[in-house]
Ligand binder design. Structure first.
Ligand SMILES: C[S@@+](CC[C@H](N)C(=O)[O-])C[C@H]1O[C@@H](n2cnc3c(N)ncnc32)[C@H](O)[C@@H]1O
Length: 260
């Protein structure tokens, strides 16, 4: 399941790299500024941005730190990241192909590790967290931003069922409480947390992942059914004739405990 999911992620993101590069949520400057602001950077930091994708967070961090290494499992996403950094004249970003569950660093050499809108793709979340902890210096900070599901387990399951139908590389949108618990287990003390939201048009969201037609039909039915009683926790609604929903997002900052 682990190797299979990763292969699917590479195929999925390889096919859709241009769509992800144009995704409004990923390029949202206010959101990127919030993540950068939470880290209170001094300029000397060495940063690892895991699952860097087309590099939006890496590029937002680069002017505020010494250097950023972006790592991603999909070469096609990294090609766009390399091009974008070059176009912006950012010469302190290095991009590497790699897997968050097997990071190619053998000592704690980073001050900050970040993972934005990617944690839900990692097949073994605790393994990825412990890898990120391993490469961080004691006292170093991990920032994870991701969609979170409703705390109601039935709604959480409903949402994740639709997500799996849409994107086979989706593993799970966790509840905020589960994410914090996993960070704690992996050796982090949660020191900051900012909640937010991001609206999506259903049609655009489906286009981004291109699921099979049969799955599209099921997802549309589930989204419509969800409106009555908010079964998915996504506040699905109709606005100007289009189905819209809202992802809840969380930015969580954890500090690597010094004793671990
Ligand atoms: C939505 S994109 C990330 C966006 C990016 N962090 C940003 O701020 O713009 C998700 C990324 O996760 C990457 N990914 C998925 N599984 C991975 C893994 N096991 N190791 C590293 N990268 C992975 C995908 O290749 C994809 O580029």
């Amino acid at each position: 399941m682990n190797t299979y999911s990763k292969k699917v992620a590479v195929e999925q993101f390889g096919k859709r790299s241009n769509a992800y590069a144009a995704c409004g949520t990923l390029m949202d400057q206010a959101d990127l500024d919030t993540v950068v602001g939470l880290l209170d950077l001094k300029g000397h930091e060495t940063v690892l941005d895991v699952a860097t994708g087309t590099g939006y967070l890496a590029m937002a961090l680069a002017p505020h730190v010494n250097n950023v290494i972006g790592i991603d499992i999909t070469p096609g996403m990294l090609e766009l990241a390399v091009r974008a950094a070059r176009e912006k004249g950012l010469d302190n970003i290095e991009n590497l192909v790699g897997d968050v569950e097997h990071l190619p660093f053998c000592k704690p050499e980073f001050d900050v590790v970040s993972a934005r809108f990617s944690f839900h793709h990692f097949p073994e979340p605790l393994k990825s967290l412990s890898e990120m902890a391993m490469v961080l210096q004691p006292g170093g900070r991990l920032v994870i931003e991701d969609m979170v599901s409703s705390e109601d387990i039935t709604k959480s399951e409903y949402q994740n069922t639709m997500e799996n139908l849409r994107d086979p590389s989706h593993i799970r949108h966790y509840r905020a409480s589960d994410l914090e618990q996993m960070m704690h287990e992996a050796g982090f003390e949660v020191v900051d947390r900012v909640g937010g939201g991001s609206d999506f048009y259903l049609d655009h969201w489906l286009e981004m992942a291109e699921p099979p037609a049969g799955n599209v039909k099921t997802i549309r039915e589930m989204m419509r059914d969800s409106m009555d009683g908010d079964l998915s926790g996504l506040n699905v609604r109709v606005e100007d004739g289009q189905i819209v929903f809202t992802y809840a997002t969380d930015i969580v900052v954890g500090m690597k405990r010094r004793s671990d």
